[in-house]
Design a binder for this molecule. Structure first.
Ligand SMILES: NC(=O)c1ccc[n+]([C@@H]2O[C@H](COP(=O)([O-])OP(=O)(O)OC[C@H]3O[C@@H](n4cnc5c(N)ncnc54)[C@H](OP(=O)(O)O)[C@@H]3O)[C@@H](O)[C@H]2O)c1
Length: 228
């Protein structure tokens, strides 16, 4: 049994991760920005026998992140998944840029995971893992354009968390970056490659096996190393 905290848990891959961790007997703190509207998550909590509790956390807001982390109590956290994410800007990417969405994307993808890491840091120790959801679009090898704010913010997240991995190595905190696959969620759409079940199974397996030597590295959900 391990203690797990998951952001963006109302739906998508995070909801499935929550389901799988409860099924294997873990204690799950599920963080959602609008718990009242998180019907599937609330149903999971009700059926979990107290193993899963739902707490409000908007990762884009400092006060909300602090309050959400405090609401989960003081137990040590073994795995913290930074999952919350958004699609960001779409066309037009030039001339008429939607700067409000652009800024919000950086706020949620870059500052958000750092806020969450900071809020839980006192409860992270040797062997604790912080698994950050990046994307294949963050890699220099991604050959396509578009999704400027999404791709750039996930790349920034990767660089930020690689620095955090170096900073926290002495403390024994393990930082991971994952591309979860192209997944059939609201974000990925119905024609994406893999199901949330396959993605969450892969990421959960990776998270459990992640070592300090691999802290700051970037992997795909299926265990392959990802190019930067
Ligand atoms: N799906 C893919 O193919 C794919 C590929 C590569 C990477 N990823 C990454 O994997 C992660 C999960 O993606 P997904 O496909 O599961 O997405 P999704 O189905 O669209 O779900 C996104 C989740 O993030 C939450 N969220 C958004 N902004 C938030 C905020 N400010 N505070 C707290 N929660 C917030 C949403 O909450 P609400 O319900 O309140 O909106 C929702 O629970 C994301 O980081 C995404 O970038 C996904």
């Amino acid at each position: 049994m391990v203690n797990v905290a998951i952001t963006g848990a109302a739906r998508g891959i995070a909801l499935e991760l929550a389901r799988q961790h409860v099924a294997q007997g873990d204690r799950v703190y599920a963080l959602a920005r609008n718990p009242a509207g998180a019907d599937k998550l609330n149903a999971l909590a009700a059926a979990s026998g107290g193993k899963l509790t739902v707490h409000a956390m908007d990762v884009g807001d400092d006060a909300s992140v602090k309050a959400g982390a405090a609401a989960t109590g003081g137990e040590a956290i073994d795995i913290l998944y930074n999952v919350a994410g958004m699609t960001g800007t779409t066309a037009p990417e030039f001339e008429e840029v939607d700067w409000k969405t652009f800024d919000e994307t950086f706020n949620v993808h870059v500052k958000g995971p750092l806020r969450v890491l900071n809020a839980f840091l006192p409860r992270l120790g040797a062997g604790s893992k912080v698994i950050n959801f990046s994307s294949q679009l963050a890699a220099s090898t991604w050959p396509y354009g578009g999704f400027h704010a999404y791709a750039a913010s996930k790349a920034a997240l990767g660089r930020l968390m690689r620095s955090a991995a170096a900073d926290l190595k002495d403390k024994g905190v393990i930082i991971g970056l994952v591309h979860p696959g192209y997944v059939q969620t609201d974000m990925g759409g119905p024609d994406a490659d893999i199901t949330p079940e396959e993605s969450a199974t892969g990421v959960r397996t990776l998270a459990q096996a992640w070592t300090l030597e691999k802290s700051g590295d970037f992997y795909k959900w299926n265990g392959e190393e990802h190019a930067w």
